[in-house]
Design a binder for this molecule. Structure first.
Ligand code: NAI
Length: 289
């Protein structure tokens, strides 16, 4: 209750970021968002027109509200990192005054909110995700790492100093980091492996420096916007249902609840870990009959 959370990676009400926002709001936290610049105006328009009203309803009858909504692009650390063509893009130009690089967003959060308790990283991007690793370009691979892994490092660098003691951070990963998932290409499997390894190192460093905890949730398949763009999500959901220990659909709300637990004092001894929220699929070694 009364905790302040910053969540990066919400652009509609379908993904894990939204579900985490909702679960944290249910627990009494105040939520601010970092929304990817190209998705910001449609998100704000949809929000204002009431498109999310149904999914904004909380169990006490109130509505999920966002204290602040910031433009953000987690592939840029500082304003000076933004290349000319991006800077001149209509949507980015509109967000330039506020600033959308990670350092600028952290500065805005500090000015508007002050210290925070919770950092959520629920974003990923891999421009060549549909290409097998054997066909992935260097540029595509590095872009996946930049948006999906270094973005978490950057967030902890810039938002870490804003954390109150006993703060906590969470990000989202996928089992493709440790077992081969054909179709999850473009260096995205590599990016998730880096994200998981970095979670251990960041847990140590941020633990010592800020008394903060850093964890990552390995989620099962969900038909979010990002997942639909990869193209094989329906097959993954079916595979999980057929082969996992618990035969049910995975709901974003379940990941929201697990994140709320990890980000709360209930998890005060848990840091540097991967928590599997996948109906148990990760624990299987052989597909059942
Ligand atoms: P989503 O589409 O709701 O979320 C991804 C978000 O990342 C979007 O809001 C997008 O605007 C944002 N984004 C992309 N590039 C960005 C950038 N450069 N700067 C700031 N924001 C940026 O989809 P989903 O699936 O909820 O993804 C959230 C996290 O969950 C990702 O890390 C994803 O890899 C992970 N995950 C998803 C699974 C699934 O089956 N959907 C399974 C396991 C992990």
């Amino acid at each position: 209750t009364g905790k302040k959370a910053f969540i990066a990676g919400v652009a509609d009400d379908q993904g894990f970021g939204w579900a985490i926002a909702k679960a944290l709001a249910e627990a009494g936290a105040e939520i601010s968002l970092g929304v990817w610049v190209p998705a910001l105006s449609i998100f704000e328009t949809s929000y204002k027109r009431g498109k999310f009203d149904k999914s904004r309803q909380l169990s006490n009858g109130s509505m999920l509200e966002f204290v602040h909504i910031y433009p953000m692009d987690a592939v840029f650390d500082r304003a000076s990192d933004v290349p000319e063509d991006v800077r001149n893009n209509k949507r980015y130009a509109a967000a330039a005054e506020k600033g959308f690089a990670v350092e600028e967003v952290a500065r805005n959060v500090k000015n508007d909110i002050g210290n925070i308790d919770i950092i959520v990283h629920s974003l990923a991007n891999g421009p060549e995700v549909k290409k097998p690793l054997l066909e992935t370009s260097r540029q595509g691979y590095l872009a996946a790492m930049s948006a999906s892994s270094y973005s978490y490092v950057s967030m902890l660098q810039h938002f870490g100093p804003l954390l109150n003691p006993n703060g906590s951070a969470v990000s989202l990963t996928y089992i493709a980091s440790e077992r081969t998932i054909p179709g999850y290409g473009g260096g995205m499997s590599s990016a998730k492996a880096a994200l998981e390894s970095d979670t251990r190192v960041l847990a140590y460093e941020a633990g010592r420096k800020y008394q903060a905890r850093v964890n990552v949730i390995s989620a099962g398949p969900l038909g979010s916007r990002a997942a639909k763009a990869i193209g094989f999500i329906d097959d993954m959901i079916k595979y999980s249902y057929e082969n996992g220990p618990i035969q049910k659909e995975l709901h974003a709300e379940e990941i929201g609840n697990a994140a709320a637990f990890l980000l709360s004092p209930l998890a005060s001894s848990i840091t540097g870990t991967i928590i599997y929220c996948d109906n148990g699929l990760h624990s299987m070694g052989l597909a059942p009959d």
